[in-house]
Structures are given as C-alpha cells and as structure tokens.
Write a protein that binds this ligand. Structure first.
Ligand SMILES: [Zn+2]
Length: 109
C-alpha cells in the first residue's frame, strides 16, 4: 500500500472519529435544538468526508484485488479452452483432447 493511501485512510479515520466525538459531545452537552441540528450537520459532513477518504485510500487495493481475480478467471477459462481444444498426437496421429493422448497416452507437446 502506498504512503499517500495510508495518509488518506488515517485522515479519514481521524475525521470519522472526530465526527463521532463531536456527536457524543452534543449529546452529552444537551444544548438547544438549533445547536444540535448544526452539530448533527457537522457530524454527518465529518463522517462523510472521512468515509470518502477511507474509500479513496483503499480504492487502489480494491481495484488490484478485482484485477487479480479477473486475471485468475481468464487464466482458468484459457485452461478450460486449452483442455477442450482437439490436438493431433504426433506419436500415434490420432486427434485427441486434454493433456494426454486418449489413444496412446503420450503427453501433449
Ligand atoms: Zn497418441
């Protein structure tokens, strides 16, 4: 993971924690409805920006995982296709499938 991604995640966590702490502060303080509404807005904005930063910081990691999975899937499909594609056995001249000749047991070249 890159340093700048770690920084994004750390700042995001701090913002979310700050938002939660602000919300708890308002809840404990028992201020007026207007103050509570303003504080609620700050909490939502804080948590939203924090969460966005965390998602942004982990985006590269998630994309890499997705790409690795897609590559694995493609490799598996290529392997399936290779096993289903007929080939001509050089040892016995028969047309066969798979990694080993069905007729003489020679390994596919
Ligand atoms: Zn053969």
């Amino acid at each position: 993971m890159k340093t700048k991604d770690v920084v994004k995640i750390v700042i995001g966590v701090i913002l979310v924690l700050g938002g939660v702490a602000a919300g708890l502060g308002v809840a404990a303080g028992g201020s007026g409805a207007e103050d509570a509404l303003a504080a609620l807005f700050v909490v939502i904005a804080d948590c939203g920006v924090g969460a966005a930063l965390i998602l942004w910081g982990t985006a590269a990691r998630r994309r890499a995982r997705r790409e690795a999975e897609a590559a694995k899937q493609a490799a598996s499909e290529a392997e399936q296709k290779r096993l289903l594609t007929p080939w001509l056995c050089p040892a016995c001249g028969a047309q066969t499938k798979g990694d080993v000749c069905e007729y003489c047991g020679s390994v596919r070249p």
